[in-house]
Design a binder for this molecule. Structure first.
Ligand SMILES: *Cc1c(COP(=O)(O)O)cnc(C)c1O
Length: 304
């Protein structure tokens, strides 16, 4: 069983927070494990346990070339002595980027797939073909969200976090958000910041809550205005914010998820979304492994 290091919660201080009468802290899930960072640790934990209990020695999952999920799965599989196969969208590049070369070094078998075939990733007939090719495996879906992932992300918040009136999280598939939602105490509001463009995410979250019959004592709201052009897209304003945040608080964020969330929270503070006396907890869901690849791709330096 994977055991997390404690994730420290750090109070952030800034004159704007004083002016608005708000307290803000950040929960450092990026520190729960040296390699299996952030929310991915919690999403993988029970899945790997189940794979082992079922006597499977191999896990297979899907992801893009810069995927935090692929990186974390490669690491978690190694720690748990499981074989890992990563089905990667797109063609193999030479050299491999930082995410994939690291995953391969850890022993993950990378299998590259064209974008059209990759779209079949949830089709039973397609998965059956993969089983013929690779032998029996425990399947973890792209992004890692399933029932056991949500069971894991319900463990992110602890008793000490009950003092906060707002819990803030970035959203990709919504698995992390759903687990957080189910673990709120009364009087807590969960705010989600979608990294993807579009309103579809509202339905996606509603579907997850329904499908896994999640109940909550708190409430939630999802913001779709902070995607900066869409998944893995960025604007200079976001990059400037990452640097500002790092210089001000000494904490690195990533441009795909946590940076967009933190930008959104800061924007809402400026716009007086939060009443005086609010206590905000920002979840640092990790993802920093992707920064090297981002810089490789765009030439834009990020805090390291
Ligand atoms: C994967 C990831 C997310 C998104 O998590 P979901 O459960 O898919 O919504 C958020 N932040 C970071 C850093 C991630 O790596």
């Amino acid at each position: 069983m994977l055991l997390p290091n404690p994730a420290p919660t750090q109070l952030l201080s800034h004159p704007l927070l004083v002016e608005k009468g708000i307290e803000m802290a950040i929960k450092r899930l990026d520190l729960v494990h040296p390699e299996i960072s952030g929310n991915k640790f919690f999403k993988l934990k029970y899945n790997l346990e189940k794979a082992k209990n079922e006597g499977k020695n191999k896990i297979l999952t899907f992801g893009g070339a810069f995927s935090n999920h692929i990186y974390a799965t490669a690491e978690a599989a190694k720690v748990q002595n499981l074989e890992a196969i990563g089905v990667i969208r797109g063609e193999r590049t030479t050299p491999l980027n930082a995410t994939l070369s690291h995953s391969e070094r850890l022993g993950m078998q990378l299998h590259f797939m064209d974008r059209n075939s990759y779209r079949n990733k949830t089709e039973p007939t397609f998965l059956a073909i993969l089983k013929e090719k690779f032998g029996d495996f425990y399947l973890i879906p792209e992004g890692g969200t399933n029932e056991l992932a949500i069971r894991g992300t319900k463990e992110i918040l602890d008793i000490a976090d009950q003092q906060f009136s707002y819990i803030c999280s970035s959203i990709g598939t919504g698995g992390t958000f759903s687990g957080l939602y189910a673990s709120l105490t009364s009087h807590q509001h969960l705010l989600g910041f979608s990294s993807l463009k579009g309103e579809f995410i509202h339905q996606e979250i509603a579907d997850l809550i329904q499908k896994y019959q999640l109940e909550s004592r708190g409430t939630y709201e999802v913001f779709t205005a902070y995607h900066f052009g869409g998944y893995a897209k960025h604007k200079q304003e976001l990059i400037d914010f990452l640097w500002w945040f790092y210089e001000r608080f000494g904490i690195m964020l990533d441009p795909i998820y946590t940076g967009k969330m933190a930008f959104g929270i800061w924007d809402l503070i400026k716009k007086d979304y939060f009443k005086k006396g609010s206590k905000i907890l920002m979840i640092h869901s990790g993802g920093l492994q992707g920064n090297a690849g981002f810089t490789e791709m765009t030439g834009i330096p990020l805090p390291t």
